[in-house]
Design a protein around this ligand. Structure first.
Ligand SMILES: C[S@@+](CC[C@H](N)C(=O)[O-])C[C@H]1O[C@@H](n2cnc3c(N)ncnc32)[C@H](O)[C@@H]1O
Length: 516
């Protein structure tokens, strides 16, 4: 317990896959901020600090067979479950280490990528120092470090909820889960009896309802640790400056475009600010940022012109997120609703609409030759930021599946997930070696996929329905369980049809499902 330094260890965390941890995502963001990302074509080393149940680690290891992945966590219950996933998925390129950050094994290499998600805000100041020391010592020159944390000012009005919840829960009896349950009851009580804090902060009052819908194990790790801090961006930038790192951008991609994060009336102010660190601080205020995913680089090699940038990232591929998308395309990124339109985007949609292309191929397209290359690359990046385009570590397939042939799941990691976690009540991410990341599907869709792969299309809906009944998991309609048998069968049939027309073609394009 002492080496956990106040971090909860009596209750295991919940599994979750976070696509922001994918090497392709981290590399792409660095490249759009003019930092050459580490080369990955001859293999790379990746470390995740505080990997929890390791679903990001194992999914990314399965999706990037040329990378070597190491996860570290102090909680042996967590690491045992990660090891189980590694064994079941036959992941030869993944290793899990049970250790605290101050006592990592001596045989670790230096890393091209280090990721630390959901740790910095929740550990003691001394443990933060240990994390900084690991990054300083273990990140290779040119390597990228991804860190996420609770951010100010978005947490300002919510921070007292954490404070009172923990103060109440630590006085209760039992394990962290039962303390948390009692803490939640107390919060609801004081909110419903109109405690002045909640009256003065109506968004905090509404936030309590959100807490009630979360997995209680997640809430334990989020709120019951002894240490809990939300940081201003400038504090985190200064912390990692101590590890010789400089800021190289943030995720999601749109956060690198301040004009997509702040309302038009603020934009003139931003246009005149040259310093990126200052811009980030103001952006967080204008967008009321509550959570940040920052990328830092050690000894960066900069790519000031488009030629050097393309050279550094031309192993990434761009595709249209939803084929068939037409312009104008509207998207809301939290604070601003953005509209994509105009001839460049129309031609880009036509150019990459049916498959995927490297940036060099896009820039060399004759139909786009009249546009300056910088402008074109910027349009691709902004298209990615707005969700019109997607990027991947390899080309996605342009083939369509043949319904008359059997379907196959090629990857052992995906097969075991479908076998063990269909209908678990939690979404699951399947690894795609084509894109280098995971693709998340619902647990019910996972059971449809598993049935399709195991026993084909015949009487699919009946089989899925029988599986649903035997699992005890119910379908919901208007937030209520469906008890009528005929209605349930109809919903299952509709879900199977929808899966075959929408999810299955996508899984096929991503190479997760193939024809035998
Ligand atoms: C909130 S969880 C995040 C888990 C994972 N990154 C995710 O997002 O699913 C934080 C993790 O850090 C681990 N941790 C906390 N303090 C640690 C330390 N001093 N050394 C190693 N791991 C630690 C915890 O056991 C826990 O699994």
């Amino acid at each position: 317990m002492s080496s956990a330094a106040g971090y909860v260890t009596d209750v295991a965390y919940v599994p979750g896959f976070y696509p922001n941890l994918a090497p392709s995502a981290i590399r792409y963001v660095a490249s759009l901020n003019r930092v050459a990302p580490p080369k990955v074509d001859h293999g790379f080393n990746y470390l995740e600090l505080g990997c929890g149940l390791g679903r990001s680690l194992t999914t990314l290891a399965a999706a990037n067979p040329t990378g070597q992945f190491v996860g570290v966590d102090i909680n042996p219950e967590h690491t045992a479950l990660v090891q189980k996933d590694i064994d079941r998925g036959a992941l030869k390129n993944a290793r899990i280490v049970t250790a605290d950050f101050a006592h990592l094994p001596n045989d670790l290499p230096t890393f091209d990528f280090i990721a630390m998600h959901g740790v910095l805000s929740w550990v003691a100041p001394a443990v933060r120092e240990q994390c900084i020391a690991v990054v300083k010592e273990r990140l290779a020159p040119g390597g990228l470090f991804l860190v996420s944390y609770n951010a100010m000012p978005g947490w300002a009005h919510l921070q007292p909820i954490r404070g009172i919840l923990r103060q109440y829960a630590v006085l209760r009896q039992g394990d962290s889960v039962s303390r948390m349950r009692e803490g939640l009851q107390y919060l609801v009580f004081i909110r419903d009896k109109h405690a002045k804090y909640f009256e003065d902060n109506p968004r905090a009052a509404a936030y309590v309802d959100g807490l009630l819908k979360q997995d209680v194990r997640y809430l334990v790790h989020e709120y019951l640790n002894e240490h809990w801090t939300s940081f201003y961006f400038a504090e985190v930038a200064s912390m990692f400056r101590g590890a010789d790192l400089s800021f190289a951008g943030s995720l999601p991609v749109h956060t690198n475009f301040w004009d997509l994060c702040v309302r038009p009336e603020f934009q003139e102010l931003f246009r005149t600010t040259q310093d990126r660190l200052v811009t980030e601080a103001h952006k967080d205020f204008c967008a009321n940022t509550a959570f940040r995913w920052d990328i830092f680089v050690k000894s960066p090699r900069l790519t000031p012109d488009i030629r050097s940038r393309v050279e550094a990232m031309d192993d990434l591929f761009f595709s249209v997120t939803r084929p068939g998308t037409t312009l104008p395309f509207q998207t809301n990124l939290g604070v601003v609703t953005s509209t994509v339109q105009g001839p460049i985007y129309q031609t880009l949609l036509e150019t990459i609409g049916s498959g995927s292309m490297r940036m060099s191929e896009i820039l060399a397209t004759p139909k786009l030759s009249s546009a300056p290359k910088e402008e074109l690359a910027r349009a691709v990046d902004a298209g990615v930021a707005m969700g019109l385009f997607d990027f991947s570590s390899g080309p996605i397939s342009d083939q369509t599946y043949d319904a008359s042939k059997p379907l196959v799941i090629g990857c052992a990691f995906n097969s075991q997930l479908l076998k063990n976690e269909s209908l678990s009540g939690r979404a699951l991410a399947l690894a795609s070696t084509l894109t280098g990341t995971g693709y998340t599907i619902g647990d019910f869709d996972a059971s449809i996929l598993d049935e399709l792969v195991q026993r084909g299309h015949d009487q699919l809906a009946d089989r899925v329905d029988a599986r649903l009944v035997s699992s005890g998991r119910s379908l919901q309609e208007e937030e209520k369980p469906v008890t009528d048998v005929a209605r349930r069968s109809q919903l299952v049939k509709d879900a199977c049809d929808r899966f075959r027309t929408t999810a299955l073609p996508q899984l096929f394009k991503l190479g997760i499902v193939t024809n035998a």
